[in-house]
Design a binder for this molecule. Structure first.
Ligand SMILES: [Zn+2]
Length: 184
């Protein structure tokens, strides 16, 4: 019995390594693709890859184009749904706060990661030695603290205006048969 369990665990470990290798292969595509960075991710459901992503931030001028976000977008498109429950995400680097938020919003169940956020910060620090354009505006540890704060406590100035009108937009939407705007 114990032997059987061990074999299952070893098989799962082999699968996890196989999927992380795929994510690393995606990260390696950045060597030859201008505007991309070496951060790759895959999303797996029922032992099948349903999403792939590479950091394309500087290729498509999109600060949200992290490997994990690209993989989530790809999986949602392929599955034609925004609910990724039952999916696992394999990322070549520990996800930042934005990516973790999106994983929660989409229902990703398990995360596997290779390098850490601290090591990614060091990588960007070394890039910044080549060119100051690689300097991070905020490091990942500070970002996590900052976005977790209540709106009035963040360093970013945030001002609430036209609240009543915005609440009426909610009300009007609810009156207009909202089911028609939901595809899943
Ligand atoms: Zn990220």
């Amino acid at each position: 019995m114990i032997v059987g369990l061990t074999i299952i665990e070893e098989n799962m470990q082999d699968m996890n390594i196989k999927y992380m290798q795929q994510a690393l292969d995606i990260a390696r595509r950045s060597y030859h693709l201008p505007g991309t960075l070496p951060f790759g991710a895959v999303i797996v459901k029922n032992d099948k890859i349903v999403g792939e992503g590479l950091n394309r931030t500087y290729e498509i001028f999109d600060p949200t184009s992290h490997g994990e976000i690209e993989a989530i977008r790809d999986a949602c498109q392929r599955l034609q749904k925004t609910d990724l429950s039952g999916c696992n995400l394999y990322s070549t680097c520990e996800p930042c706060s934005m990516c973790v938020s999106t994983m929660y919003l989409s229902g990703i169940e398990n995360l596997y990661y290779a390098s850490s956020l601290i090591e990614s910060s060091e990588f960007f620090g070394r890039l910044a030695n080549f060119d100051s354009k690689w300097m991070r505006r905020i490091n990942s540890q500070d970002l996590r603290v900052e976005v977790g704060r209540p709106v009035e406590q963040r360093k970013m100035s945030s001002t609430q205006i036209l609240k009543t009108e915005a609440l009426l937009v909610f009300e009007e939407f609810l009156k207009q048969n909202p089911q028609t705007n939901m595809t899943n």
